[in-house]
Every structure is written in C-alpha cells, then in structure tokens.
Design a protein around this ligand. Structure first.
Ligand code: BDP
Length: 710
C-alpha cells in the first residue's frame, strides 16, 4: 500500500471510530429549541426541578419534561442541594397560590405567571390550566436561551387572540399547495396506524410559540377528508397534539353533501343538506371530541359555495356553524373571494361581498381575511374589511410560506410585514383603531378572535425549506399570541435561540432580518407595484404577463403601464377602492402629498416623470429602488459571511448558498423588470444604472414547468 493510501485508510478508520462521539451535524431540525449549553457567563446558578405529581396530566408531564430538558441542556452544571428551585403550579396547589399571593386573575385558560419568591430561592410558574403551565415553561426557557437573567422574575402573559392556528395547504397525496419545504408532513396513507414521531415534535414546536390549532388540509379541499377513514386519520393526529394544547380543524369542501352524501344539492337552506352537515359534525366529534371546526373557501377561484344556489356567504357559514356549534366548534369562512364574473377592481371584491352582511354571521363564525385585498403580495395596504365589520368576528390570515416572496430560497423575514399591517390605523373608530385592535377583538368587542398563518412546514429536515424561514413560523406564533409585539424583538429572540445568544451575532443577524423583506419589495415590486410574478407558478418576474383566462390574473392589469405612466388608479377618479376605507385612511391614500410612497402605485396612476419625494422622476426612482434591492441582498451576504464564527458550518453553508441564489434572482427580477418597463416607456436609464444584460425577449422566454408548489 502506498503511504498516502495508508494514511487515508487510517484517517478513515479513526473517523469511523470517532463518529459516534462527535456531535451530530446541525441540520435545523431542532428549530429554536436546541437547548445547547449557554456560554459560562450567561448560565447563572443551576436550578432544581421537582417531579411531576403522579396524578398529573400528560400535559403537566410534558411541561416538567420540557423544563428538565431545557435546563439540562442550557446549563449542564449540577445544582447543589441548596440550589434555587422551580415549581410548576396549577389551581389544585391552592396552598402555594395563597402562600405567595399569586394572582391568577386575568390569566384565563392559557396565560401564566412566572414569579421569583423567597428571596430568589424559588421560582413559580403558575397557570389556571396545565397547558398554561407548559406555555410558561417555554417562556422561562426562552428567557434563558436568549441570555436574559432569570434571577428575579415577575412575568404575566396571556394570549390576546383566542384561536392561533396554522393552515396547512396540504393535499391527501402529500403534495403541498404553495409548499416549498418538501412534502406534507402528514403521511395520510400510513395514518392512523403509523404515527411519525415528527408529529409530536411538530406539536411541541407549536406549543413553544403558543399555536393552539392546525387546519390539516388544503383550503382547496377534497370531500374525502370528511369520510370515515380520513376522520380516523385526523383523530390520530388529534390524539398526538392534544397534550400540547393543539386542536385539529379541517377544511370542508362545500359540495361534500353531493360528493360523499349522495345528495343532489349542497344548497345551505335545503333541510337534507343541513342534516348531512349535522350528522357529519356528530360523526367527527365522536372520533375527535375536541375537534376545532371547519375552514371554508367558498365561491372563490372555482370552489363551490352557497352562491351556486343563490344563497349568501352568511347562509353557508351559518349552516356549518349550526352543525358544529353544539359541540363547541367554530367555522372560519374565508373572505378571499373573487368570482368568475370579474369586478371592476379585484381589490374591491372581498369588501363588496362581505360588508353588506355585517351582523348576519352566527356567533361561532369568524370571517378570515387576508392581510391585504389582493393576495399575499410582498407589500399590500391593509385589507379594507378590517375596521369595516364591527358586528362580525374577523380574523387575520397571513401567509407564512413565501409564495410571492421568493419561495424558500430568498431570505425574507416576514415579521416587519405583519407588524406593518397590524400597526396600520384603520381610523374606523377614530385614531388608534389599528388592525391589531380589530384582530384582538378589543376595537369591536368580538366574541372570538383568530390569527391564521398558511404554514411553511414540510418534510425537509429543517422543516421550513430554509433555516431562516423557521423565523417566519416562529414570528407568526409570537404575533398571534400578542399582535402588538415587536417584530425586531422577536427576530432577536429567534436568532439567539436558533443560533447563539451572543450579541455580536444577534445584533447583526436581527438587523439583516429586519431589512430583508424591504429588500424583496425593492427588487420585486417597489413603490406599491404588485402581482408582477410569473404566471401560475409565481416564480420570478413576469411584468409582461397578459391575456389568458381572466384579466385580473395578469400583470398588466395591475401595473397598467403605458407610454405615459404606470400604476393602478384606485382613487375616486379611478376604481375608487379607497372609498372602502374609513374617510381618514381614504384621504391619506388619495392625497399625493400625504400617501406613503411605499403604497404610491397601488393607489395612483402617475406619469413617468412624476416628481417623487427624493426629487427624482418616478422612472428614475423606480429603477434606483430595484437596484437598491439587489444591493441590499449583497449586503446581507456580507453580513452573513461575517457571522461565520458564530454559526455551525452546516447551517452557515446552507444559508450562504441560499443567499447566493437570492442575489442572483434579485438581479434577475431587477433586470427583467427594468427591461420590460423600459420597453414600454422608451426612457433612458438613470445615470450609473447598468442596462439589463439580456433582451426583454430572453427574459420572457424563460419557462419553469417544474417550479415547486403548484
Ligand atoms: C393564492 C394561491 C392559491 C390559493 C389561494 C387561496 O396562489 O394557490 O389557493 O391563494 O388563498 O395566493 O385560496
């Protein structure tokens, strides 16, 4: 054997011997719950945790187990006999509650308090329910994970929103509509017998951020989901999720009475149809006693609905509400509707169809409204229904999976986008009538409140398709718990928990995250432009998309660019979509001197030489923003490179690769968009701006038949 071969052989053998001893490569599976040892200086004194009471619930055992696991991981030092301790407290321990005068009021069924007593020797985590205690444990561990002191705590927290749900757009064949992280994690075929351990890991991760429900199947639903075999499969998932405080819900196809009920109609006022749904609900509740309820997409994008029978959304929703109501269930009825008869402006249709029925929906119906009036674009003004339906429970629907923000290979932290919408003032009941206060029910006194997020979870080892997309799942949960929380604080927490609490890392990482969505807006759709992506798969630029089935599925419908100008006139002189907002909001959007330029072309059609606030003509300003977006991705790459010392090589490398893809695609978005709009206006590029390297025809000729998520 040649010496070099011998050497290689020895190395290989040594490597094999060492393998079990070396740490498993980081692949992101552990999410923000890694519990790696804290740096010495952040550890504090180790703590003693008691045993769960023998009579305790599975949830309480999980809470104890989680606390143990977290403490052991974060602070592996052995606690001394006299070390401070942590006690988990529920109302059955009335002595403890009395002794420390713990005020449990206002905590409700899910809130908790964390208090240090006895001069720092004891910390109690107390709640009215076991799941409240579990949430409290996760909060306590989060403090440790982020390097906060846990020596003197006085924390009270209760969710402001009651239903905090993930919506899975998962199909029964395991494909995921608009999913960019592998297949559906629900292995419908092998369920209910095979319960993948991943289901419990999923539930644990959700519980750690307060998510308390999951709609298991796509809103474009199949009736099969409501047949006995699939109810049994859903029940198996429900059994796994229950100890974590998570309920299952199902998307219901409105025409199920015909498809699986043998009826000729699905008319919501037909007694046989009503009986079908009642029997179906009873059947589901027999298998899943704490079933959450139904989510419905009706009369939208070709889905069946009550309008097929000349009935209203309220007729349809109330029929289902009556079926699940006696069992404590709810109906989430989506306001994302646009029918096959085209309205004057698609942005107006949700409002037009729902506003007239304010007050007509049953108490256990929540109308689920997307954040903006079109469709999850990188930026949209808040949906005009928020603030406009004081007598109807309205819930928020965000999209966590980034269908319109570059899929999983673009780093875009969505916290700032959601915060922007939640903080927006609807002015519907005077100043300060923010979307957050609509959603948390305070503004109108809603009886039920909801925040739903279209899940970005799949079979990828890192769950979300990319390391940084985990942050969007995380931020969604935190904002659902508190819609007034700070996106930046959440980013810092996530970065600390997911990588390291070292401030030299969390500072730059959070800053990079906070700017990332604005970079996407810049290189895709600056200044209020929207819906300019490739047709159907929505991957990459397509400002030239025109023709086909319906005008409002094209890009030209939305940008309305011609030789003279660009933008959608939604003022009173145009489609008057502004008229759907409260007068003060409408006045701001309508007035060129008041509107934020981020929304300019959403509401106005302007000439290419319109003078923007920078002093530059509109065309120059647009081009400069496209280029700024590309530059920002370059800066994100540089930041990430500089953070290498703080991140394990596996995850660092993965993120770096994705950022390289993003940089390339940002350039593509900029170049293709500039080439297209220049072909329309014939204007020269501003000084210093590089011309697109390819011809417009070359950009237009690109096809992506295998883009994911369709
Ligand atoms: C659009 C998606 C489509 C969904 C639809 C919806 O492209 O796949 O079915 O939203 O929300 O953005 O129903």
């Amino acid at each position: 054997m040649r010496p070099s071969h011998l050497l290689r052989g020895l190395c290989l053998a040594a490597g094999l011997l060492l393998a079990p001893l070396t740490a498993r490569a980081e692949d992101g599976y552990d999410l923000w719950l890694r519990y790696k040892p804290l740096p010495e200086a952040m550890r504090g004194e180790p703590r003693i945790v008691g045993q769960p009471p023998a009579s305790g619930s599975p949830t309480l055992s999980l809470a104890y187990g989680e606390l143990r696991r977290g403490l052991d991981g974060l602070n592996p030092d052995e606690p001394g006999l006299d070390a401070p301790s942590i006690r988990l407290v529920t109302p059955s321990q009335s002595d403890t509650i009395a002794a420390f005068k713990l005020s449990m009021e206002g905590l409700g069924g899910e809130g908790y308090l964390i208090r240090t007593v006895q001069g720092g020797r004891l910390t109690v985590i107390a709640a009215n329910t076991d799941v409240g205690v579990l949430y409290g444990v996760f909060h306590y561990l989060r403090l440790m994970q982020t390097g906060a002191s846990v020596e003197r705590l006085d924390v009270r927290s209760a969710p402001k929103v009651r239903y905090r749900l993930l919506n899975h757009w998962d199909n029964l064949d395991r494909s995921v509509e608009r999913g960019y992280s592998g297949q559906s994690i629900w292995d419908w075929w092998r369920l209910p017998d095979v319960k993948d351990p991943r289901y419990a890991d999923y539930a644990r991760a959700n519980a750690s951020i307060g998510i308390n429900g999951a709609v298991l199947n796509n809103v474009n639903a199949k009736s099969d989901s409501l047949t006995a075999p699939y109810i049994a499969k859903a029940a198996a998932l429900a059994d796994t999720f229950r100890p974590y405080g998570i309920k299952v819900y199902l998307s219901a196809r409105f025409s199920s009475p015909i498809e699986i009920g043998g009826l000729k109609t699905a008319d919501p006022l037909d007694p046989a149809v009503r009986a079908f749904w009642k029997t179906k609900a009873d059947e589901i509740y027999k298998a899943i006693p704490d079933f959450g309820g139904f989510l419905v997409k009706a009369n939208s994008e070709g889905q069946p609905g009550p309008q097929d029978y000349g009935r209203t959304h309220a007729d349809g929703a109330n029929m289902l509400a009556q079926a699940v109501g006696p069992h404590g269930g709810i109906v989430m009825w989506r306001a994302f509707v646009y029918s096959h008869e085209q309205p004057d402006d698609r942005a107006k249709q949700g409002y037009s169809e729902f506003k007239p029925f304010d007050g007509e929906f049953a108490e256990n119906v929540i109308v689920q409204v997307k954040n903006g009036a079109i469709d999850f674009q990188p930026r949209e003004p808040f949906h005009p229904l928020f603030g406009a339906m004081p007598k109807t429970n309205l819930g928020m629907e965000f999209q966590i999976t980034k269908e319109y923000l570059g899929f999983s290979t673009h780093l875009a932290y969505l916290g700032p986008m959601w915060e922007e919408v939640l903080k927006a003032d609807t002015f519907s009941a005077g100043r300060g009538s923010t979307v957050a206060r609509v959603v948390d029910g305070k503004l109108h006194g809603y009886s039920r409140t909801l925040m739903a997020g279209v899940a970005n979870i799949g079979t990828d080892r890192n769950w979300s398709g990319s390391q940084f997309d985990q942050a969007n799942w995380y931020a969604f949960g935190r904002l659902a718990w508190d819609p007034e929380a700070s996106a930046e604080a959440i980013a810092r927490d996530w970065a600390a928990m997911t990588f390291t609490p070292d401030k030299r890392f969390t500072g730059p990482a959070a800053a990079m995250m906070m700017g990332s969505r604005e970079a996407v807006v810049d290189y895709m759709t600056p200044m209020g432009l929207h819906h300019l992506m490739g047709r159907s798969h929505h991957y990459g630029p397509g400002p030239w998309v025109a023709g086909g089935e319906r005008a409002d599925w094209t890009s030209v419908y939305y940008h309305k660019a011609d030789k003279a100008g660009i933008g959608f006139d939604r003022t009173a002189k145009g489609s008057d979509a502004v008229g759907q907002y409260a007068p003060l909001a409408a006045a701001t959007f309508s007035d060129l001197s008041k509107i934020d330029e981020k929304d300019l072309l959403w509401f106005h059609h302007l000439s290419w030489d319109y003078r923007t606030r920078s002093g530059r003509p509109l065309w120059d300003e647009l081009v400069s923003r496209y280029s700024r977006g590309v530059r920002r991705v370059g800066e994100m790459r540089a930041t990430w490179t500089s953070l290498a010392p703080y991140v394990d090589p596996e995850r660092h490398g993965e993120v770096a690769t994705y950022l390289a893809i993003q940089r390339r695609e940002a350039q593509w978005w900029r170049d293709a968009s500039v080439a297209y709009f220049q072909s329309i206006n014939g204007l020269p590029l501003p000084k210093g701006e590089a011309p697109p390297p390819l011809t417009l025809e070359a950009y237009e000729a690109m096809t992506f038949p295998y883009a994911p998520g369709i």
